[in-house]
Write a protein that binds this ligand. Sequence first.
Ligand code: ZN
Length: 385
Amino acid sequence: MAWNQVIGQDRIKRMLQRSITGGRTPQSLLLSGESGAGTLALAIAFARVVNCERPIQADDMIDACASCRSCLQAASLQHPNITVVAALPSGTKIETTADLPPAQIEEWKGLMAGAAADPYADFRMPGATLIRIPQIRDLKRSLSLSNSQEGRRVVILHHADEMNQEASNAFLKTLEEPHHNVTLILTTERPERMLPTIVSRCQEVVVPPLDDTEIVAALVAEGRCTADEASLVTPFANGSLSRAREFVGEDVGAEREQAVTLLRLALKGRDFRVELADAVAAAADGRDRQKASLLLSLMAVWLRDARSMAVMGAVAPIANIDQREALERFAAGFGMADFDQALTVIEAASADVKRNVSLASILLTCLLDLRRIFAQARAATGTAS
Ligand SMILES: [Zn+2]
């Protein structure tokens, strides 16, 4: 009853179960992909299963019983064998979770309870950006002590790319030391930001985006909207349940127009700066992080569609089905662009939106980067804008 909290991702669930039943439980796992696609959900389910006292097992399948003492503790993530390490807000005296002021300790507990109940909820302390070295030292210390309870210790380093240099170096040492009965699970949306030596020491599992049908089914099952309403927003969520939830009830059509206008202004000829700055200021007005996240997602969907059109022509499957002509023109002008690089830039901006960074500067930096990337394509094809 642990895996059913994970939407889709059947291949990975099976693979993890086989590793447990086959006696090959990994020492370290790197789950790379969006948390909205289920990285944290998979990590938590794994931790529950390996700690269950009466697991339900058949052939190479294994699941938690949901009723033993261990499962009950794990249900609220208050299990001595399960530790979550994540970025903390900066402060002179804040070094580990134990150093947080009482109000923030409550906030942290709330986050843990929230993730236990819903691993697709946003897991971030307000103002938190980095995992720092005292947290890794603390982890090291706790790993050197023996288990207080039967089962396997599971440490989840959520958004492991948020370790700063010092913390990364210290963590690498921890990773190199042999630990008995311990699994270190790192989740990341940006593996390229991590030390390659950390990545190469972990068993990397790429967690793919969810299918639109899986997201629609989840939104309906959660009672958030009807299947018809879900189908309207899902194509813009890029396989992330968390993002799709944010979009439910939004006027995606109007937001898309704004997103595409921003893109067009950024890719315009010479006199673009004033107009672009005004449009960015308007988009960032109200400091609405959810809206900024939606705009970036819609830009990404637009570029994915344009890439499909550039590669496959008129038969390309696209999300913006009502914008086929506009996309055709876009693909004709920029078909040679490095779309992968452009999408990476947008992903990085989306990750920054969740942190405490000025929205206007995130959007402007992102759009200027896109301008640079697309200018190369324009130079290559000789297209005038
Ligand atoms: Zn159990």
